[in-house]
Design a protein around this ligand. Structure first.
Ligand SMILES: [Zn+2]
Length: 148
């Protein structure tokens, strides 16, 4: 996503959890504890992936995108489909997205990553576009719209 920034990746933490599980230091009941809310969010707003669940290996994981930020008002904390995010990113200045993977089979769930989206992320992009203005005469604004 174009305005995506400040990405925090949680794959190391996930691997650590899976290691603990493999070593028997934690049980599946500790990690396969998706709440009814999370499972509903996955069903109605989730993004299917082709990644197998690392626990049960019988279902593919679903990604749920939760959005947070003052500008969202009462929508803060809600799940959104991935397709809705670029639209929000063009209307809001800044909001936080948390991506959670959920297994519909065994209820495994883990934070995948978090990042910021929103129009504030376009400021740096406009500067980058300066070179192309000289090259092809189009304004950064027009160039951005052409990319959409
Ligand atoms: Zn599973």
């Amino acid at each position: 996503m174009r305005t995506q920034r400040q990405v925090v990746d949680y794959s190391l933490q996930k691997r650590a959890v899976l290691r603990e599980l493999l070593a028997g230091r934690i049980g599946t009941y500790d990690v396969c504890d998706a709440s009814p809310y999370l499972k509903n969010a996955a069903r109605f707003h989730g993004e299917p992936t082709d990644h197998r669940c690392p626990i049960c290996r019988s279902e593919n994981l679903t990604h749920v995108h939760y959005i947070y930020g003052d500008e969202l008002k009462q929508s803060a904390g809600q799940a959104r489909t991935r397709a809705e995010l670029p639209v929000l990113a063009m209307t809001l200045r800044e909001f936080q997205v948390f991506v959670v993977e959920v297994c519909p089979g065994c209820d495994w769930n883990h934070l995948v990553e978090q990042f910021l989206l929103g129009r504030d992320g376009l400021a740096g992009e406009a500067e980058d576009a300066d070179e192309s203005v000289a090259a092809n005469g189009s304004t950064p604004r027009r160039r951005r719209e052409a990319q959409r």
